[in-house]
Write a protein that binds this ligand. Structure first.
Ligand SMILES: Nc1ncnc2c1ncn2[C@@H]1O[C@H](COP(=O)(O)OP(=O)(O)OP(=O)(O)O)[C@@H](O)[C@H]1O
Ligand SMILES: [Mn+2]
Length: 268
Protein backbone atom coordinates (compact mmCIF):
# COMPACT_ATOMS: atom_id res chain seq x y z
CA UNK A 1 0.00 0.00 0.00
CA UNK A 2 1.30 3.44 -0.80
CA UNK A 3 0.31 6.70 0.80
CA UNK A 4 -0.36 9.94 -1.06
CA UNK A 5 2.95 11.20 0.28
CA UNK A 6 4.77 8.27 -1.35
CA UNK A 7 3.07 8.87 -4.65
CA UNK A 8 3.67 12.59 -4.65
CA UNK A 9 7.22 12.25 -3.42
CA UNK A 10 8.78 12.91 -6.82
CA UNK A 11 7.28 16.40 -6.81
CA UNK A 12 9.82 17.35 -4.20
CA UNK A 13 12.65 14.92 -4.94
CA UNK A 14 16.11 16.14 -6.01
CA UNK A 15 15.43 19.84 -5.92
CA UNK A 16 17.97 22.56 -6.60
CA UNK A 17 15.82 25.24 -5.00
CA UNK A 18 12.52 25.99 -3.30
CA UNK A 19 10.68 29.17 -4.28
CA UNK A 20 8.25 30.43 -1.68
CA UNK A 21 5.78 32.95 -3.05
CA UNK A 22 4.66 35.76 -0.72
CA UNK A 23 5.13 33.95 2.62
CA UNK A 24 4.18 35.33 6.02
CA UNK A 25 7.07 35.27 8.51
CA UNK A 26 5.51 32.29 10.29
CA UNK A 27 5.41 30.29 7.09
CA UNK A 28 8.86 31.37 5.98
CA UNK A 29 10.40 30.23 9.30
CA UNK A 30 9.78 26.64 8.28
CA UNK A 31 12.18 27.04 5.41
CA UNK A 32 14.97 28.84 7.17
CA UNK A 33 16.90 25.74 8.12
CA UNK A 34 16.31 23.93 4.88
CA UNK A 35 19.36 22.31 3.42
CA UNK A 36 19.36 23.93 -0.01
CA UNK A 37 18.48 27.14 -1.73
CA UNK A 38 15.34 28.98 -0.59
CA UNK A 39 14.14 31.93 -2.61
CA UNK A 40 11.36 34.27 -1.52
CA UNK A 41 9.37 35.82 -4.35
CA UNK A 42 7.05 38.60 -3.22
CA UNK A 43 6.17 42.25 -3.74
CA UNK A 44 8.26 43.13 -0.68
CA UNK A 45 10.87 41.33 1.37
CA UNK A 46 8.85 41.53 4.59
CA UNK A 47 10.39 38.30 5.92
CA UNK A 48 13.95 39.53 5.45
CA UNK A 49 14.85 36.62 3.24
CA UNK A 50 18.47 36.25 2.26
CA UNK A 51 17.58 35.47 -1.33
CA UNK A 52 14.74 37.57 -2.61
CA UNK A 53 13.20 38.26 -6.01
CA UNK A 54 10.82 41.19 -6.25
CA UNK A 55 7.44 40.62 -7.81
CA UNK A 56 6.55 44.05 -9.20
CA UNK A 57 2.91 43.04 -9.65
CA UNK A 58 0.56 40.50 -8.19
CA UNK A 59 0.03 38.22 -11.14
CA UNK A 60 -3.50 36.87 -10.82
CA UNK A 61 -2.64 33.97 -13.04
CA UNK A 62 -0.50 31.46 -11.14
CA UNK A 63 1.28 30.32 -14.25
CA UNK A 64 2.37 33.89 -15.02
CA UNK A 65 3.41 34.40 -11.40
CA UNK A 66 5.61 31.32 -11.46
CA UNK A 67 7.10 32.10 -14.85
CA UNK A 68 7.90 35.57 -13.68
CA UNK A 69 9.57 34.32 -10.50
CA UNK A 70 11.66 31.73 -12.31
CA UNK A 71 12.72 34.27 -14.86
CA UNK A 72 13.62 36.80 -12.17
CA UNK A 73 15.64 34.19 -10.30
CA UNK A 74 17.46 33.23 -13.50
CA UNK A 75 18.16 36.88 -14.30
CA UNK A 76 19.74 37.27 -10.90
CA UNK A 77 21.75 34.09 -11.22
CA UNK A 78 19.97 32.48 -8.26
CA UNK A 79 19.16 29.41 -10.36
CA UNK A 80 20.67 28.13 -13.58
CA UNK A 81 19.37 26.58 -16.73
CA UNK A 82 18.23 23.03 -15.96
CA UNK A 83 17.71 23.52 -12.21
CA UNK A 84 14.72 21.76 -10.67
CA UNK A 85 12.58 24.04 -8.56
CA UNK A 86 9.57 23.53 -6.31
CA UNK A 87 7.34 26.60 -6.22
CA UNK A 88 5.16 26.92 -3.12
CA UNK A 89 2.21 29.09 -4.08
CA UNK A 90 -1.27 30.08 -2.99
CA UNK A 91 -4.05 29.14 -5.38
CA UNK A 92 -7.24 28.86 -3.31
CA UNK A 93 -5.72 29.14 0.12
CA UNK A 94 -2.48 30.30 1.68
CA UNK A 95 0.31 28.12 0.30
CA UNK A 96 -1.88 25.21 -0.65
CA UNK A 97 0.10 24.17 -3.73
CA UNK A 98 3.46 22.96 -4.92
CA UNK A 99 4.33 23.29 -8.58
CA UNK A 100 7.50 21.68 -9.83
CA UNK A 101 9.27 23.41 -12.71
CA UNK A 102 12.57 23.16 -14.49
CA UNK A 103 14.29 26.50 -14.92
CA UNK A 104 14.87 26.67 -18.59
CA UNK A 105 16.17 29.24 -21.04
CA UNK A 106 12.95 28.81 -23.00
CA UNK A 107 11.07 30.23 -19.99
CA UNK A 108 13.24 33.28 -20.32
CA UNK A 109 11.05 35.66 -22.28
CA UNK A 110 12.51 38.98 -21.09
CA UNK A 111 9.26 39.88 -19.34
CA UNK A 112 11.02 40.09 -15.96
CA UNK A 113 13.57 42.55 -17.25
CA UNK A 114 10.81 44.57 -18.90
CA UNK A 115 8.72 44.87 -15.74
CA UNK A 116 11.37 45.03 -13.08
CA UNK A 117 13.96 47.27 -14.69
CA UNK A 118 11.92 49.88 -16.50
CA UNK A 119 11.74 53.43 -15.25
CA UNK A 120 7.94 53.62 -15.49
CA UNK A 121 5.64 52.01 -12.92
CA UNK A 122 5.43 48.23 -13.42
CA UNK A 123 1.64 48.56 -13.47
CA UNK A 124 1.87 51.01 -16.37
CA UNK A 125 4.17 48.67 -18.27
CA UNK A 126 1.72 45.84 -17.63
CA UNK A 127 -1.29 47.81 -18.85
CA UNK A 128 0.45 48.80 -22.08
CA UNK A 129 1.83 45.30 -22.53
CA UNK A 130 -1.68 43.86 -22.21
CA UNK A 131 -3.10 46.26 -24.80
CA UNK A 132 -0.29 45.38 -27.20
CA UNK A 133 -0.72 41.62 -26.69
CA UNK A 134 -4.45 41.95 -27.31
CA UNK A 135 -3.90 44.08 -30.41
CA UNK A 136 -1.43 41.48 -31.64
CA UNK A 137 -3.90 38.67 -31.09
CA UNK A 138 -6.96 40.31 -32.60
CA UNK A 139 -5.58 42.97 -34.90
CA UNK A 140 -7.70 45.91 -35.88
CA UNK A 141 -10.99 44.65 -37.30
CA UNK A 142 -9.30 41.37 -38.03
CA UNK A 143 -6.38 42.87 -39.94
CA UNK A 144 -2.84 42.82 -38.57
CA UNK A 145 -1.86 46.13 -37.06
CA UNK A 146 1.42 47.65 -35.92
CA UNK A 147 1.92 49.94 -32.94
CA UNK A 148 4.67 51.71 -31.06
CA UNK A 149 4.41 52.71 -27.41
CA UNK A 150 7.14 54.70 -25.69
CA UNK A 151 6.78 54.54 -21.93
CA UNK A 152 8.50 56.67 -19.32
CA UNK A 153 10.79 59.72 -19.39
CA UNK A 154 8.06 61.40 -21.44
CA UNK A 155 9.47 64.95 -21.28
CA UNK A 156 12.67 63.88 -22.93
CA UNK A 157 10.82 61.69 -25.43
CA UNK A 158 8.67 64.68 -26.42
CA UNK A 159 11.84 66.72 -26.96
CA UNK A 160 13.14 64.09 -29.33
CA UNK A 161 10.01 63.85 -31.41
CA UNK A 162 7.48 65.96 -33.30
CA UNK A 163 3.75 65.71 -34.00
CA UNK A 164 2.48 64.12 -37.20
CA UNK A 165 -1.06 65.29 -36.56
CA UNK A 166 -3.13 66.98 -33.88
CA UNK A 167 -2.74 65.25 -30.51
CA UNK A 168 -6.07 63.77 -29.39
CA UNK A 169 -4.72 63.54 -25.83
CA UNK A 170 -3.60 67.18 -25.70
CA UNK A 171 -5.82 68.48 -22.92
CA UNK A 172 -7.03 65.23 -21.50
CA UNK A 173 -5.92 63.48 -18.36
CA UNK A 174 -6.35 59.90 -19.35
CA UNK A 175 -4.30 57.01 -18.12
CA UNK A 176 -3.50 53.61 -19.53
CA UNK A 177 -5.54 50.93 -17.85
CA UNK A 178 -8.82 52.88 -17.99
CA UNK A 179 -11.13 50.66 -20.04
CA UNK A 180 -12.15 53.48 -22.39
CA UNK A 181 -8.50 54.29 -23.02
CA UNK A 182 -7.76 50.79 -24.16
CA UNK A 183 -10.43 51.16 -26.81
CA UNK A 184 -9.01 54.54 -27.85
CA UNK A 185 -5.45 53.23 -28.03
CA UNK A 186 -6.54 50.38 -30.25
CA UNK A 187 -8.47 52.76 -32.49
CA UNK A 188 -5.59 55.25 -32.83
CA UNK A 189 -3.05 52.52 -33.43
CA UNK A 190 -4.23 52.37 -37.04
CA UNK A 191 -2.59 55.73 -37.56
CA UNK A 192 1.05 56.62 -37.95
CA UNK A 193 3.60 57.38 -35.30
CA UNK A 194 4.14 56.56 -31.64
CA UNK A 195 2.22 56.88 -28.40
CA UNK A 196 4.09 58.62 -25.63
CA UNK A 197 3.20 57.61 -22.07
CA UNK A 198 4.52 59.04 -18.81
CA UNK A 199 6.10 57.11 -15.92
CA UNK A 200 2.78 57.18 -14.10
CA UNK A 201 0.73 56.11 -17.12
CA UNK A 202 -0.66 59.39 -18.42
CA UNK A 203 -1.09 59.35 -22.17
CA UNK A 204 0.91 62.35 -23.22
CA UNK A 205 0.53 62.09 -26.96
CA UNK A 206 -0.38 60.01 -29.98
CA UNK A 207 0.97 60.49 -33.53
CA UNK A 208 4.52 61.34 -32.51
CA UNK A 209 7.24 61.02 -35.06
CA UNK A 210 10.38 60.01 -33.19
CA UNK A 211 13.63 61.64 -34.17
CA UNK A 212 16.31 60.27 -31.89
CA UNK A 213 19.79 59.74 -33.26
CA UNK A 214 20.07 56.10 -34.31
CA UNK A 215 23.85 56.07 -34.24
CA UNK A 216 25.20 52.97 -32.52
CA UNK A 217 21.78 51.32 -32.27
CA UNK A 218 22.07 47.73 -33.31
CA UNK A 219 18.81 45.83 -33.78
CA UNK A 220 18.19 42.52 -35.56
CA UNK A 221 18.33 42.71 -39.34
CA UNK A 222 14.99 42.78 -41.09
CA UNK A 223 13.24 45.07 -38.65
CA UNK A 224 12.17 48.36 -40.21
CA UNK A 225 11.87 52.00 -39.26
CA UNK A 226 9.23 51.57 -36.53
CA UNK A 227 11.53 49.23 -34.62
CA UNK A 228 14.60 51.33 -35.30
CA UNK A 229 12.87 54.48 -34.02
CA UNK A 230 11.58 52.59 -30.95
CA UNK A 231 15.01 51.17 -30.14
CA UNK A 232 16.82 54.46 -30.76
CA UNK A 233 14.54 56.52 -28.53
CA UNK A 234 15.31 54.18 -25.62
CA UNK A 235 18.98 54.82 -26.12
CA UNK A 236 18.54 58.58 -26.19
CA UNK A 237 16.23 58.58 -23.12
CA UNK A 238 15.36 56.34 -20.15
CA UNK A 239 12.14 55.20 -21.79
CA UNK A 240 11.10 51.66 -22.63
CA UNK A 241 9.53 50.96 -26.03
CA UNK A 242 6.99 48.24 -26.75
CA UNK A 243 6.47 47.55 -30.43
CA UNK A 244 3.92 45.43 -32.23
CA UNK A 245 5.00 44.52 -35.73
CA UNK A 246 2.42 44.70 -38.45
CA UNK A 247 4.49 42.49 -40.69
CA UNK A 248 5.41 39.54 -38.47
CA UNK A 249 2.90 39.99 -35.61
CA UNK A 250 5.58 39.82 -32.90
CA UNK A 251 5.74 41.97 -29.79
CA UNK A 252 9.18 43.35 -29.01
CA UNK A 253 10.48 45.60 -26.27
CA UNK A 254 13.57 47.79 -26.25
CA UNK A 255 15.51 49.41 -23.46
CA UNK A 256 18.83 51.23 -23.60
CA UNK A 257 18.73 50.81 -27.37
CA UNK A 258 18.58 47.03 -27.10
CA UNK A 259 16.05 44.34 -27.75
CA UNK A 260 15.05 42.89 -24.37
CA UNK A 261 11.99 40.87 -25.28
CA UNK A 262 10.51 39.18 -28.29
CA UNK A 263 7.32 37.17 -28.00
CA UNK A 264 4.52 35.88 -30.11
CA UNK A 265 1.25 37.25 -28.66
CA UNK A 266 -0.41 33.95 -29.49
CA UNK A 267 1.79 32.21 -26.92
CA UNK A 268 0.98 34.59 -24.14
N1 LIG B 1 10.46 57.60 -36.53
C1 LIG B 1 9.24 57.10 -36.36
N2 LIG B 1 8.48 57.51 -35.32
C2 LIG B 1 7.25 57.03 -35.12
N3 LIG B 1 6.67 56.11 -35.91
C3 LIG B 1 7.38 55.65 -36.96
C4 LIG B 1 8.70 56.12 -37.23
N4 LIG B 1 9.15 55.48 -38.35
C5 LIG B 1 8.16 54.65 -38.72
N5 LIG B 1 7.09 54.75 -37.91
C6 LIG B 1 5.82 54.03 -38.02
O1 LIG B 1 6.07 52.70 -38.38
C7 LIG B 1 5.24 52.35 -39.46
C8 LIG B 1 5.80 51.18 -40.22
O2 LIG B 1 7.07 51.47 -40.75
P1 LIG B 1 8.04 50.28 -41.21
O3 LIG B 1 7.29 49.30 -42.00
O4 LIG B 1 9.28 50.86 -41.82
O5 LIG B 1 8.45 49.71 -39.77
P2 LIG B 1 8.73 48.22 -39.36
O6 LIG B 1 9.78 48.30 -38.30
O7 LIG B 1 9.00 47.37 -40.56
O8 LIG B 1 7.37 47.81 -38.65
P3 LIG B 1 6.33 46.65 -39.09
O9 LIG B 1 6.99 45.36 -38.68
O10 LIG B 1 5.11 46.96 -38.28
O11 LIG B 1 6.13 46.78 -40.58
C9 LIG B 1 5.08 53.63 -40.21
O12 LIG B 1 3.92 53.60 -41.00
C10 LIG B 1 4.97 54.63 -39.09
O13 LIG B 1 3.64 54.70 -38.58
MN1 LIG C 1 7.57 47.11 -42.22
Amino acid sequence: MSTPADLLDDLTADLDAVFVFSPSSGFYERFEDLDGEVVVIAPENVVDAEVFVELPLEFENVRDRIKFGVEGAMDRGVVDDGDEVACVVSVFDEHDSVVRVRADESMHSGVYDLFANSRADPGVIRDVFEVVIELGKKGQKGKPVGALFVIGDAGKVMNKSRPLSYNPFEKSHVHVGDPIVNVMLKEFSRLDGAFVISDSGKIVSAYRYLEPGAEGVDIPKGLGTRHMAGAAVTRATNATAIVLSESDGMVRAFKGGELILEIDPEDY
